[in-house]
Design a protein around this ligand. Structure first.
Ligand code: SAM
Ligand code: SF4
Length: 326
């Protein structure tokens, strides 16, 4: 699918739930977030139907997300169904890792291609402060379980908050001996993320170089679907990546669209632009009707975000990241 700016859209992020077992301070409130009724969330058949139509239009890669996708029952069999769709080459999952270990075998058998595990700190007290939960040991078990399936690529995603106690060198060092790429994601001013300063790529690079020596840009073959750029560190097995949506804006190369757990097709993180695909499904619309709406939404995909502009526009997204899927 080519959008109005000539961008080839072949990557779909599918949120399967707005629920989560953690409460990361930059993503969800401590309490009081209105969770949507279960009947408002797309059923597995509805997800598969939309993905089938998306694949016919040119989507090749699907990432399952949430909330925490693994709080929803049946994710492994959903992976299997999505992998079987003609045109879908890769199905991956982004997870906080805490519920991963018991499901890892099933996910591998279902044909999962890759895992992004979100982990902001290896320090138990700092983990509790950031996620408001005591789940670090289960996340570590999840990472260990994932690494026992060498065909599945494993990446760690870390959001630097700018907290003194968040030791980013320790997180980067996960990729020293293990075949794991560690990626630092710039804090985005979405939802509760607006309350944090975060850290720029330059700040993180300078901090890591003080500990590990010069980092050299990686120029080999592509390591994923998206806008991450990577560096090598001498003596590291994995690479260090950066997804810097604010300081290194990459909207011109944007290849993605998002489906919320309620079936809203979002064409940009910052704006509400998109279409309600659930309405079409539940009103008995045909695959052709779905295609028409998807293509109409693409025509209106914003040129890029304007997070650095002070003025908030009427169509600025008000959802928080757990409701969008990151
Ligand atoms: N629960 C899963 C997880 O944590 O990976 C999937 C959903 S979560 C919303 C997806 C990703 O979004 C996580 O890596 C999380 O750290 C990131 N995220 C959440 N809020 C963010 C923000 N304001 N800026 C940048 N990344 C954010
Ligand atoms: Fe949950 Fe992921 Fe948001 Fe943390 S970042 S609260 S794990 S959805």
């Amino acid at each position: 699918m080519i959008d109005q700016c000539g961008r080839n859209i072949d990557y779909l992020r599918v949120s399967v739930t707005d629920r989560c077992n953690l409460r990361c301070i930059y993503c969800m409130p401590k309490e009081g977030l209105r969770l949507v009724d279960r009947c408002e969330i797309l059923s597995r058949e509805e997800i598969i139907r939309i993905c089938k139509v998306m694949a016919q239009l040119g989507i090749k890669k699907i990432k399952l997300t949430g909330g925490e996708p693994l709080v929803r029952q049946g994710v492994p069999s959903l992976v299997e169904n999505l992998k079987a769709l003609p045109g879908i080459e890769k199905v991956t999952l982004t997870t906080n890792g805490s519920l991963l270990a018991p499901q890892m075998e099933l996910l591998a058998r279902a044909g999962l291609d890759g895992l992004n595990i979100s982990l902001d700190t290896l320090d138990a007290a700092c983990f509790q402060k950031i996620t408001r939960r005591d789940e670090l040991s289960r996340v570590k078990e999840g990472i260990k379980a994932a690494l026992s399936f060498p065909k599945i690529s494993v990446k760690i995603n870390c959001v630097p908050l700018g907290l003194e106690e968040q030791d980013l060198c320790e997180i980067a060092a996960i990729g020293k001996d293990a075949p794991i790429h560690v990626r630092f994601i710039e804090m985005m001013p979405i939802g509760f993320g607006r309350e944090f300063r975060g850290m720029s790529e330059e700040e993180v690079v300078s901090l890591l170089e003080k500990r590990f020596g010069k980092m050299t840009p990686y120029t080999g073959e592509s390591l994923g679907n998206g806008p991450c750029h990577y560096y090598n560190i001498d003596g590291f097995t994995g690479k260090i990546g950066f997804i810097s949506a604010i300081s290194h804006k990459f909207c011109r190369e944007c290849n993605r669209i998002r489906l919320t757990s309620q079936g809203y097709l979002k064409t940009c993180l910052q704006y509400t632009a998109g279409r309600d695909l659930r309405r079409i499904l539940r009103e008995g619309g045909s695959d052709e009707d779905l295609k028409k709406e998807i293509l109409a939404a693409l025509k209106e995909k914003p040129v890029g975000h304007e997070f650095l502009e002070k003025e908030k526009k009427d169509d600025t997204e008000n959802l928080c990241m757990s409701q969008i899927g990151g």
